[in-house]
Write a protein that binds this ligand. Structure first.
Ligand code: 0X9
Ligand code: ZN
Length: 314
């Protein structure tokens, strides 16, 4: 584990090993949990980072790699976990967060697709479920959640890269995530889903230009995060709702999470701005993760402050 490189992309086998090893090394704060099986029957695990305490905790959810080719996202989930674990004893900021928050991190949501990008097609996006008697493959898992399913910015043609599946939550991966989030939703205060590329912090919604009830607050918190991010390496991010500053999408996890009541729900589109796109060079992993970490901590500080106040002793 000490030799694990956080400035490289890793094949799924190594990420599985990393999850085991990091939960052994930091057993007092992190545990690995089974979430469900993928279409090709691989296990999905999330990491739970939690400090023992009698406080009733709120939950931060973060998933990475719902789109197979966006490799910087799983790299960031691992970076995020590493940063929390290496610093939670000494860094007062992280210590404070852990007094009242548990982190649930799913490093690779679309495992079958991720493996396919390593073995067969670097630019694969979808899952690997089989459709029309094996004539086409893959559902866009970020069009398959049960929110305004397949109404806009999604396709019913299984050959398309935005194929929404055969019905809402038709895929084992989205079922696993949905039922888990549903079971914990009263305690989840923040839903963060990591993508690339485009350098955007996106708020609900994608399926409508209507705004969620706390839209102004989401924009404020997002803009503050973008400012913190820019301070690291000068990278510019834009902040706005998906429908306003990106494009229309239905069935996305973030919109679904917001509509079941999770207040702070964001999609992050990490580097870059299109120069390399999905194939971001490894030389940019470190800077991308450092600046994104600054953005995450900014969001988390704001969430903390909202529930427990600036000076709360927990
Ligand atoms: O199209 C997507 O699913 C995301 N962009 S990507 O290039 N990473 O594929 C945007 C999703 C943001 N919008 C919603 N969550 N509605
Ligand atoms: Zn994506």
């Amino acid at each position: 584990l000490d030799a694990y490189s956080y400035t490289r992309y890793h094949p799924m086998e190594e990420i599985y090993q990393w999850m085991i090893q990091i939960s052994e090394k930091y057993a007092e704060v992190v545990t690995q949990h089974f979430l469900g099986m993928t279409y090709e029957t691989r296990p999905m695990y999330y990491l739970k980072i939690s400090q023992p305490s009698n406080n009733p905790k709120k939950i931060i959810w973060m998933d990475c790699g719902i789109h197979a080719r966006e490799w910087i996202a799983p790299a960031f989930c691992q970076w995020f976990v590493k940063e929390i674990l290496q610093n939670y004893k000494d860094d007062s900021r992280i210590k404070k967060l852990l007094r009242n928050l548990d982190f649930y991190v799913l490093p690779v949501l679309n495992i079958d697709g991720y493996i396919y990008t390593w073995t067969t097609d670097r630019l694969w996006r979808k899952s690997r479920s089989s459709h029309n008697n094996g004539t086409c493959f893959g559902t866009d898992l970020n069009r398959n959640f049960n929110v305004s399913w397949c109404s806009i910015g999604a396709s019913r043609n299984c050959q398309d890269i935005t194929f929404c599946g055969t019905g809402p939550v038709s895929e084992p991966e989205t079922k696993a995530v949905s039922s888990f989030i549903e079971s914990k939703k009263d305690n989840i205060v923040c839903f963060l889903t990591m993508h690339s590329f485009g350098q955007l912090i996106l708020t609900p919604y994608g399926y409508t230009k209507n705004k969620s009830s706390n839209h102004e607050e989401l924009i404020q918190v997002g803009q503050k995060a973008a400012n913190a991010l820019k301070e690291k390496h000068g990278t510019n991010y834009r902040v706005g709702s998906s429908a306003d500053i990106l494009y229309a999408t239905s069935g996305s996890s973030r919109d679904w999470a917001r509509d079941i009541g999770i207040p702070f729900s964001y999609t992050f589109e990490l580097r870059d701005n299109g120069t390399y796109g999905f194939v971001l060079p490894e030389a940019q992993i470190q800077a991308t993760c450092e600046e994104s970490m600054a953005a995450m901590l900014s969001v988390l500080d704001d969430v903390y402050e909202k529930y427990w106040g600036v000076d709360s002793a927990g």
